[in-house]
Design a protein. Structure first.
Length: 147
C-alpha cells in the first residue's frame, strides 16, 4: 500500500494497492478478481471516491509439479527421516519456464514463522542443509529411474 503524499499528519489524496492472486484454477482467479473489482466499485460509489482497477502482471499459467517427481521427493524425505507435506505451489518464475520443456518438482524448506518473500524471512542452516540433502537424494532416485 502506498499513500500519497505519505506524510503521517496528512490525509492521503490517493492510495495505491497491489494484490497478487494465486490459485491452480484460472476460473477461481478470474472469479476472485471480478468479485474484488465489483466490491471496490461499490465501496467507491458509497464513499464518493474514485478507483482505477487493472491487472499489472499476467505471467501465464502456474507450473504444476509432476506427481511422480513429488513422489520421489517424498521418498527422499522419508529416507532422511524428515517430516514433509505434499502440496502444489502454482509457482511462476523459473518453474514456469522449465515446465515448458520438462516436468518439474519443488522442494520447500521451512521459514521461521512461515514468512517468505520478505526481508523478515529466515531459514536455519539446518533446514537449508536438509533441503539440499532431499534434493541430492531425489536427483539420485530420479537418475536410477532411467537405468
Amino acid at each position: 500500500i502506498r499513500a500519497y503524499p505519505g506524510a503521517p499528519n496528512v490525509i492521503p489524496g490517493s492510495v495505491e494497492l497491489s494484490l497478487e492472486i494465486r490459485d491452480l484454477s484460472d476460473d477461481v482467479i478470474d472469479t476472485l478478481y471480478e468479485n474484488i473489482r465489483m466490491r471496490a466499485k461499490a465501496i467507491a460509489g458509497n464513499s464518493g471516491t474514485q478507483f482505477e482497477f487493472m491487472p499489472l502482471d499476467t505471467t501465464g499459467k502456474p507450473a504444476l509439479t509432476a506427481t511422480w517427481i513429488q513422489e520421489e521427493i517424498r521418498k527422499a524425505s522419508d529416507l532422511l527421516g524428515l517430516s514433509h507435506r505434499q502440496m502444489q505451489s502454482g509457482a511462476g518464475h523459473d518453474a514456469q519456464d522449465m515446465a515448458l520443456i520438462c516436468p518439474v518438482g519443488m522442494i520447500f524448506v521451512p521459514s521461521k514463522g512461515g514468512i517468505s518473500h520478505s526481508p523478515e524471512e529466515f531459514t536455519s542452516a539446518e533446514d537449508m542443509a536438509n533441503g539440499a540433502n532431499v534434493l541430492l537424494h531425489t536427483l539420485l532416485q530420479l537418475d536410477a529411474l532411467d537405468e
